[in-house]
Design a protein. Sequence first.
Length: 249
Amino acid sequence: MDRVFKALADDTRRKLLDRLFADDGQTQQQLLRRLPMSRQAVAKHLAVLEEAQLVTTRIAGREKAHYLNAVPLQRIYDRWIGKYRAPLAGLLVDLKSHLERKEPMSKQRQLYTVYIRTTPEKLWQALTQADRTQHYFFKTRVESAWNKGASIQYKMPDGALAVDGEVVEAKPHTRLVQTWRIRYSPEMEKEGFSKLTWEIEKQGPMCKLTVVHDELAEKTAADVGGGWPYVLSGLKSLLETGEALPALP
């Protein structure tokens, strides 16, 4: 958390995060066009943001795309801000206004990274077993045979279908690709399927979990963008402490 606070203390780094919030997945060159500074300065600031895990990257051809990673901000909220509901409500109102002002966008991509002190086997179980997902995935229980072409359903405690999709690729303990369609909102259900990729990399006593949500239509992108940081923070808390996060207000 010290690295996160240090990264956020600089105005230029906050502007870089603002740029990625407005248009995620930009290269260094694209970011450079919007800021009056040298390539070396932008690279230095991006390195600080990457070290704090506020920005994560993905190679696209010869370029490296940068994505806003909101998971550390969610963890700050969980520890320091959660008990102050009124400020959060104000932030959400500002976010809602910002999203509603934006012009319609083409399909979007969101990318998140979180480091969890666990094994690939335990992490895979937490992603694929109903008695685990119910503790961090908004109380939903996942159901699937987890082989290619199998259906996937996330069901609420009353049995209502929240999300459905299909397994595209499943490599236990390493990689899971699935389609994703929201069913709890008629508007978002009409937007159809997006693609969700989970990548697990063992790094010493930890696992690096990268979540890529691709092919997102506008309303679905706005909805899941507010949910993934909470889900991944809850997954980390469950695996490292055995306890789930409190429910969102």
